[in-house]
Write a protein that binds this ligand. Structure first.
Ligand code: DHB
Ligand code: FE
Length: 435
């Protein structure tokens, strides 16, 4: 089903959604720059020169130079951001709003004094709305979730790669476990990886603790976590698919934080290195998805699993034939703190892998306490694997999964390394379904 965007049909109205946000990103960020007296002064001194310093489209610059707020809205501007620009020019909200109506300032003020604009005659044309509802046919082509990949993301693995230590006796068995993966990726290269990971006090510090972050930006640099950024390529996002996923997941009641600019740490770059090797450029786009597992309360396994199911609906309703892999990273058992540091639980980890394959809905019911007690305080990262698992075809009954690879090794640094590749095999459509 195409997403319901009937709010676009309300006459004389622009709804600011993830799509408009992507379109107007730099325009709105330009507006934010006007929140210092110094920048306002330099804008007013030479508007054109100030605008030219921003990566704006000419239509966006012209809209502002023409004082045409309707054009600025069309170009992705949002009124609360544009209000900073208006304030710089000495305009009130009432002057700005009135300027978009075709009325004079006085006429608009008089209308407001007399009770405001009537909703009568300003609703959606009934026939237009009905036609829009009737036209909710599934798109002819759509994106597919082709596989799920699960892997630990220990930073020392990245350091071993970056410092040429992969052949050392300590590291060799770890990297041997990923030989299959690299070959499999060359044969099953996706267009996009939806990469579920947790930021480790890198992009998000204590000033903001979002539970779920969807990366809707165009690019993400590898972070400096204290020892310099890893020498890996920059990460290209997929803003259009991410905007679609944002719309679909939030409509499904998952309250996401949308982030356009952030650096990404070992949680994201180590899995990329393990799966794609030491490359000049990552072979596909990546949509980062951060889950807070640093500060309690963290989301439950069940919430993650349900999010994965909603993610599948989101991806598969995108109307372009993209191949998408969903990765779950972190884990397996490890504890990085306190007198219990170094805890490893082979038996629990392997039971987790068994249940992840065979009984994911049951596994999703495991409470936090069990993760902490049995898999160590940082073993809680494993709840993220349930997001990737929830996005697989056997969960909604549209297909079956095949286990392509399974690997387990102790240790990498403080951690038990687990790795699993599951492929989706959609059930062939019956002739009746095709019709
Ligand atoms: C280690 C593992 C992690 O998952 C992490 O985020 C940081 C450190 C470790 O085993 O050293
Ligand atoms: Fe981690």
């Amino acid at each position: 089903m195409p997403l319901d965007k009937t709010y676009r049909l309300v006459p004389g109205t622009t709804i600011f959604d993830a799509e408009q946000s992507a379109k107007g990103y730099h325009l709105n960020q330009f507006c934010m720059s006007l929140m210092t007296a110094e920048n306002r002064a330099s804008y007013l001194a030479d508007e054109r020169a100030y605008l030219d310093a921003w990566p704006l489209r000419e239509e966006q610059k012209q809209a502002l130079l023409d004082r045409d707020l309707n054009a600025a809205m069309r170009e992705g501007g949002n009124i609360y951001f544009l209000a900073k620009w208006g304030a710089t020019l000495g305009l009130s909200f009432q002057q700005m709003a009135g300027s978009m109506t075709g009325m004079t300032e006085q006429e608009y003020r008089d209308m407001m004094v007399h009770g405001g604009r009537s909703v009568e005659g300003n609703r959606i044309d009934h026939a237009v709305l009905e036609a829009a509802h009737a036209d909710r046919t599934p798109p002819a082509e759509h994106a597919t979730v082709t596989a799920a990949v699960f892997t630990s993301h220990v930073p020392a693995i990245g350091a071993a790669i970056d410092h040429g230590k992969t052949e050392e006796p300590y590291w060799r068995p770890v990297f041997e476990g990923y030989e299959y993966a690299k070959q499999w990726e060359t044969e099953n290269l996706p267009d996009v990886v939806f990469l579920v990971y947790n930021d480790h006090a890198t992009a998000f510090d204590q000033s903001i603790v979002p539970t779920f972050v969807l990366g809707t930006g165009a690019a993400y640099p590898a972070a400096d976590e204290g020892y310099g950024p890893r020498p890996v390529p920059g990460i290209d996002g997929h803003p259009e698919l991410a905007a679609h996923i944002a719309h679909s997941l939030i409509r499904d009641d998952f309250d996401l934080t949308l982030v356009n600019e952030m650096s990404v740490d070992h949680g994201l770059t180590v899995p990329l290195s393990l799966m794609f090797g030491d490359v000049q450029a990552w072979p596909c786009k990546v949509i980062p998805f951060h889950v807070n597992v640093v500060q309690y309360p963290v989301p439950s396994g069940d919430r993650c699993f349900r999010l994965g199911r909603a993610l599948r609906r989101a991806i598969e309703s995108y109307d372009r034939p993209l191949k998408v892999q969903v990765w779950g990273t972190g884990g397996m058992s490890h504890q990085l703190q306190g007198p219990r540091a170094g805890l490893i639980n082979r038996r629990w980890d392997n039971a987790f892998l068994d249940r992840l394959i065979e009984d994911p809905a049951g596994l999703a019911q495991v409470p936090h306490l069990e993760y902490v007690e049995e898999a160590g305080s940082e073993g809680i990262e494993l709840v993220m694997w349930l997001i990737a698992r929830g996005a697989m075809a056997d969960i909604d009954g549209s297909g079956e999964i095949e286990v392509k690879h399974r690997f387990y090794h102790v240790p990498a640094s403080n951690t038990a390394v687990g790795h699993l590749i599951l492929e989706n095999h959609p059930r062939a459509e019956t002739p009746a379904e095709k019709e």
